[in-house]
Design a protein around this ligand. Structure first.
Ligand code: DX5
Ligand code: ZN
Length: 220
């Protein structure tokens, strides 16, 4: 069993004092910093780009986990690699308009860990051809685009399928969940096989980041 890793999503941080927010989650025990990149096309929201990722890189030594919710991920990838990403996750849906196998190779070629994800409505079967190319498999537990949505428990079926594949084929694969993660849904996700938990609202809207991170990990 992997150690449970907590990846605060800075999408929910107070950007007027981003440096302080990153320092606070690091001191509170965060394992990775999750950066949600949205382009207004693949999802109906715009967040931030490689310039902010490069700033976050200077603020922390924690691994930067970059989640690209954008079209033409292959085109923009080099800029996120250059900005200092440690893992980069792309979407499998055809609307993201890239050659998934090639993009995954490009991520690894840039020295990053390669991740693939899918929207709640996308069947797990779409991921299957790429599983052996992955370091990280991200199961979206909300429809991507906005923080603060409710966890979709029916997505746990995909987490269990990922866990079965991991057990048989690659015990070091990270299985990450993203969206609506709080201490209750964290527990459900862990029970089904997730070992990396992304959390925005539940951490950055709490009064005590360290306690929330402990509660998410289940070590509170
Ligand atoms: C959703 C993003 C998530 C989101 C999580 O589009 O990929 O990372 O920020 O936020 P919460 O934890 O608020 O659901
Ligand atoms: Zn995300």
């Amino acid at each position: 069993m992997h150690r449970i890793l907590i990846a605060p999503s800075i999408l929910a941080a107070d950007f007027s004092r981003l440096a302080d927010e990153v320092r606070r989650v690091e001191e509170a025990g965060a394992d990775w910093i999750h950066c949600d990149i949205m382009d207004g096309h693949f999802v109906d929201n715009i967040s931030f780009g490689p310039g902010i990722v490069a700033i976050v890189r200077k603020l922390t030594n924690l691994p930067l986990d970059v989640h690209l919710m954008i079209e033409y991920a292959d085109h923009y990838l080099p800029r996120f690699i250059e900005a200092g990403a440690n893992s980069i996750t792309v979407h499998v849906e055809p609307e993201s308009k890239h050659d998934v196998a090639k993009t995954l190779e490009q991520i690894r070629g840039g020295g990053c860990r390669a991740g693939l994800t899918l929207n709640p409505a996308t069947p797990f079967a779409l991921l299957e051809p790429f599983l052996s190319q992955l370091d990280l498999l991200l199961i979206m537990t909300v429809h991507p685009g906005f923080g603060g949505q409710s966890f979709r428990s029916e997505q746990m079926e995909k987490v269990r399928r990922a866990r079965d594949w991991k057990t048989k084929n690659n015990p070091v694969l990270d299985i990450e969940v993203d969206g609506g993660i709080n201490p209750v849904t964290a527990r459900v996700s862990i029970e089904n096989g997730a070992n990396v938990l992304v959390a925005g609202t539940s951490i950055f809207r709490s009064d005590d980041y360290a306690k929330t991170i402990r509660d998410l990990r289940g070590s509170g």
